[in-house]
Design a protein around this ligand. Structure first.
Ligand SMILES: NC(=O)C1=CN([C@@H]2O[C@H](COP(=O)(O)OP(=O)(O)OC[C@H]3O[C@@H](n4cnc5c(N)ncnc54)[C@H](O)[C@@H]3O)[C@@H](O)[C@H]2O)C=CC1
Ligand SMILES: O=C(O)CCC(=O)C(=O)O
Length: 451
């Protein structure tokens, strides 16, 4: 095929839309990546003739299954479960499981697609996958969670394995759920093996996995700032979310001299003008982990703070915004408000928290923009290290893992610079991450021929 005969970006996206009806999140994720890839492969014939991007937008396989469980009243409940195995060109499928009522096939396909590039960016040998269920853990008893996890794994176990596919946690799936699922896997298969990451330390988990996503995102932010001869010390941060990623991002930012003034959940956001310190962050963590509570209770405990019901925190003045809750939580108007208020950096702790139009506003303003697939890759990176520890049947110390995470985040930043630095000195981190992630996976696919 001559270079001029290539399918162009618009035609390509028409095809993606046609083949994936009613899957807006997946189409959005593909569009965000494909824009940059089309520019990169313009003069690279093999990527076109071998249809690499077309192949990458068709998951290797999607498994969908019924999850039946019994609630505490004895009623039978039926949920849907999925595992999307997107691409294993550079290693076993790897990526989290999400339990949330908003989970659909589209959401999991977008997450698995993103995960493929993210995992490549870490430099570790991991392919991309994602899974989960529309099960809502909110308000469920511990026994109900256990029965659901066991039922979920009773089907999932036949599709995963330490060299095949290694799931982990995501929204609604923490160490408790991983424990229940690992227990069931072991019981069914009689294998004690590294088939899940994020496990408890007593049974093969890695120190530092809980901290790694949030800490890694702040380390990535620090690299972005230092590339501009700046630092986090003294900066005000607005963070959304109150879960694993948000609270650990807040903790690391505070340790490094930042002032974090918000956290949020699905009920609204807390503004604390005095800033969150370790005691307040621990309180939020306990509220969420032990009591499944709402942040609306925060001002009763810390009197200077305000709770803003049903709102997101992007109106609050800040130097740095870190969306760490969920997808599409920062829209075009939010982006404009942040920029008007003098925000100098948006760094994504969550996966695709920024709507496409908002991302364009941020890029056009030429402020720093750290995409999730680079900024939040520290979590899956330490999961990759947990896989290595399990294979070698050993455990590294926390200090060793912290050092490895630092090196990995530095490497990801360098890979983004390599492909994202523009002639005027502006670094397009989105483009840099997309191209660096794509190139590694694409070159492996080329080596395999047409499969
Ligand atoms: N846990 C991990 O290691 C990694 C997580 N991520 C991403 O980070 C984000 C957060 O995940 P985790 O902290 O692990 O989950 P989590 O379950 O610990 O916390 C999620 C938080 O987001 C809030 N939230 C959920 N839906 C919301 C909505 N519609 N509006 C406002 N708030 C909402 C919840 O209230 C909760 O505070 C997700 O996008 C996830 O995919 C990315 C990389 C790794
Ligand atoms: O640690 C893992 O494998 C899961 C991480 C994840 O789901 C993510 O990076 O979004």
């Amino acid at each position: 095929m001559a270079a001029t005969d290539h399918v162009d970006f618009e035609k390509f996206m028409e095809g993606v839309n046609r083949r994936n009806p009613h899957q807006p999140e997946f189409v959005q994720a593909v569009q965000e990546v494909a824009q940059d890839i089309f520019e990169f492969i313009e003069d690279k014939e093999r990527y076109h003739s071998e249809q690499i991007l077309r192949r990458l937008t068709e998951p290797d396989r999607i498994v969908s299954f019924r999850v039946c469980w019994e609630d505490d009243k004895g009623d039978i409940r039926v949920q849907r479960g999925w595992r999307v195995q997107n691409n294993n060109a550079i290693g076993p499928y790897k990526g989290g499981l999400r339990f949330h009522p908003s989970v659909t096939e589209s959401v999991l396909k977008f997450l698995a697609f993103e995960q493929t590039f993210k995992n490549a960016l870490t430099g570790l040998p991991m392919g991309g996958g994602k899974g989960g269920s529309n099960f809502n853990p909110k308000g469920k008893s511990d026994r109900e969670i256990m029965r659901f996890c066991q039922s979920f794994m009773t089907e999932l176990y036949r599709h995963i394995g330490p060299d095949t596919d290694v799931p982990a946690g995501d929204i609604g799936v923490g160490s408790r759920e991983i424990g229940y699922m690992f227990g069931q896997y072991k019981r069914i298969t009689n294998h004690f093996t590294g088939v899940l990451t994020g496990k408890g330390l007593e049974f093969g988990g890695s120190p530092f996995r809980p901290e790694s996503t949030g800490y890694g995102a702040v380390l990535f932010l620090c690299h972005m700032l230092s590339h501009r001869d700046d630092a986090i010390d003294g900066k005000t941060l607005v963070i959304s979310g109150a879960g694993n990623v948000a609270t650990h991002a807040a903790e690391k930012a505070v340790q490094l001299g930042g002032k974090v003034v918000t956290l949020s959940d699905s009920d609204g956001f807390v503004y604390d003008p005095d800033g969150f310190d370790q005691e307040k962050i621990d309180w939020v963590r306990r509220l969420k982990e032990e009591n499944d509570g709402s942040l609306s209770a925060y001002p009763e405990e810390f009197s200077n703070a305000e709770f803003h019901e049903g709102k997101r925190p992007w109106q609050v003045e800040c130097d740095i915004a870190m969306p760490c809750a969920t997808q599409n939580e920062l829209c075009k108007d939010d982006a404009k408000t942040l920029i008007d208020n003098g925000c100098m950096a948006v760094v994504e702790g969550a996966n695709m928290p920024t709507e496409l139009e908002a991302a364009h506003v941020i890029k056009d303003a030429k402020i720093l923009f750290g995409p999730g697939k680079a900024a939040n890759a520290g979590g899956v990176a330490v999961s990759g290290l947990e896989m290595s520890q399990n294979s070698a049947r050993r455990t590294w110390e926390q200090v060793e893992l912290e050092q490895m995470l630092q090196d990995i985040m530095k490497g990801i930043h360098e890979r983004c610079l390599k492909h994202g630095e523009q002639d005027d000195g502006y670094v397009d981190y989105v483009k840099g991450a997309n191209i660096a992630g794509f190139k590694k996976v694409a070159d492996a696919m080329l080596a395999f021929g047409v499969v």
